[in-house]
Write a protein that binds this ligand. Structure first.
Ligand SMILES: Cc1cc2nc3c(=O)[nH]c(=O)nc-3n(C[C@H](O)[C@H](O)[C@H](O)COP(=O)(O)OP(=O)(O)OC[C@H]3O[C@@H](n4cnc5c(N)ncnc54)[C@H](O)[C@@H]3O)c2cc1C
Length: 405
């Protein structure tokens, strides 16, 4: 089955590409519209990359998992640390999920590698047309179809006709704004500073994924496969501090040495500063225009849930769009996508990422102690550890979504 008009997917990020592949593999024609050109595409900052078991299962379904494994690091464990004493509070091991998933681990593989591999797959698929260097600017929808207005590399406006338009163009979604959909939530006053370093932190007991609690300067430390081999550390920043000052080599070295003094300068490979938002679109659907991924919801990266939950949107939506376009389900099934994924974004992803940040930055010594004791208890008891990991790996959120009518 191929319908006459393709599904238009705006944005060749991880969500748009997974959606396009999942649709095309079910014989649905897709047009992907991406503003970046082929020449610029791989110049993006690496960004996310902790891919949870639930997401690995989805990558596997479209043949993407096997392309990512050689480019990533398999991380079965993660650690919570107390920076005040530099002691491990708790070690969580995904082995407790061995009966729940084919992939009882996280794959550390950055967004840039995911989109490189997925774009190559999309370009090879006969049912996917990829329009690079094409900026989506507006849309028009009618009862039976939708058209996207796109500015091409020559500055001309083209119109692309489609059956549905899925906005996967990230947090600044034009489709969301043009539909007048509110992006409800808040932005933290402090920005997060990311520093990438070439240094082997395992010699100090760190593992591939580390969450470090501290009332003054909490952080996260993650390992990424090379070449060049890198570790990324996140620090909060003072909201009033000058942006330029925060990224000078002296400031970066100071932050790193304050965290861990190795008796010399760190080899810094890069840094960036970003604002952290906790927002969810008021609705994920406006007729034939549907939001997915960061265009629908954004959250703090603590816990690695943004990309993962966006990919979950893509697979949930693909399954429904296929049935609608085959004439096997009414268009109203797409409202269930909105109910399921929006509720999960609010009750699960937002709630958990806000809690994750609070846990790491807690200042009250009594509450800190209580939190740490609870983490320790959870990690040591196989039943509690499995419960904790089902939530952290988003497997539980998929079950919750299924229960939403
Ligand atoms: C530092 C950092 C670390 C993170 N770590 C994690 C993590 O460990 N795990 C996790 O799950 N999430 C993480 N995230 C979040 C994650 O990166 C995002 O949730 C994810 O990339 C969203 O995917 P997306 O496809 O919805 O949008 P994006 O990845 O933003 O992709 C959007 C695409 O649309 C294109 N586009 C934008 N506007 C237009 C337009 N007008 N016309 C055409 N194309 C357009 C863009 O060029 C881009 O290719 C992190 C984020 C940051 C900033």
């Amino acid at each position: 089955m191929t319908q006459s008009k393709p599904v238009i997917v705006i944005g060749a990020g991880p969500v748009g590409l997974c959606l396009a592949l999942a649709l095309a593999q079910q014989n649905v024609a897709v047009t992907i519209v991406e503003q970046l050109s082929d020449a610029d595409f791989l110049d993006q900052v690496p960004r996310a990359g902790s891919n949870h078991p639930s997401t690995l299962e989805m990558f596997d379904r479209i043949g993407l998992y096997e392309k990512l494994v050689p480019r990533g690091i398999i991380a079965p464990k993660f650690l919570y640390w107390d920076r005040q004493t530099f002691a491990v509070i708790a070690e969580f091991d995904h082995k407790f999920l061995a009966d729940d998933t084919k992939f009882p681990f996280v794959l550390q593989c950055e967004r840039i590698k995911i989109i490189e591999e997925a774009l190559a797959m999309a370009k090879q698929h006969p049912l996917i047309s990829v329009r690079m260097a094409s900026e989506f600017v507006d849309f028009e929808q009618r009862a039976e179809s939708v058209s996207a207005k796109v500015e091409n590399a020559a500055g001309e406006i083209e119109t692309i006709e489609g059956s549905y338009l899925v906005a996967c163009e990230g947090a600044r979604s034009i489709a969301r704004k043009n539909c007048g959909i509110e992006f409800e939530g808040f932005t933290y006053p402090e920005r997060t500073l990311n520093i990438e370093v070439a240094y082997d932190f395992t010699r100090h007991g760190f593992t591939e994924r580390n969450y470090i609690s501290d009332p003054v300067e909490y952080s996260n430390l993650f390992h990424w496969k090379g070449p060049p081999e890198r570790w990324r550390i996140h620090f909060p920043t003072d909201p009033d501090e000058d942006e330029h000052k925060l990224t000078t080599p002296e400031h970066l070295q100071g932050r790193l040495k304050g965290f861990l003094d190795i008796g010399r300068d760190f080899e810094i490979c890069g840094c960036n500063l970003y604002a952290v938002h906790q927002r969810v679109a008021k609705t994920f659907r406006s007729g034939r225009v549907i939001l997915a991924g960061d265009s629908a919801h954004v959250n703090s990266p603590i816990g690695g849930m943004g990309l993962n939950s966006g990919v979950h949107d893509a697979f949930n939506l693909a399954e429904k769009l296929v049935r609608v376009l085959r004439g096997e389900a009414a268009d109203s099934v797409l409202d269930r996508y909105d109910r399921q994924r929006r509720q999960i974004a609010v009750k699960h992803t937002q709630a958990q990422t806000i809690r994750n940040k609070r846990l790491l930055e807690e200042r009250d010594p009594a509450v800190r102690k209580r939190n740490h004791d609870e983490l320790r208890r959870s990690a040591e008891d196989p039943v509690l550890a499995r419960k904790f990991l089902l939530r952290a790996s988003l497997l539980e959120s998929l079950k919750e979504a299924e229960a939403i009518a």
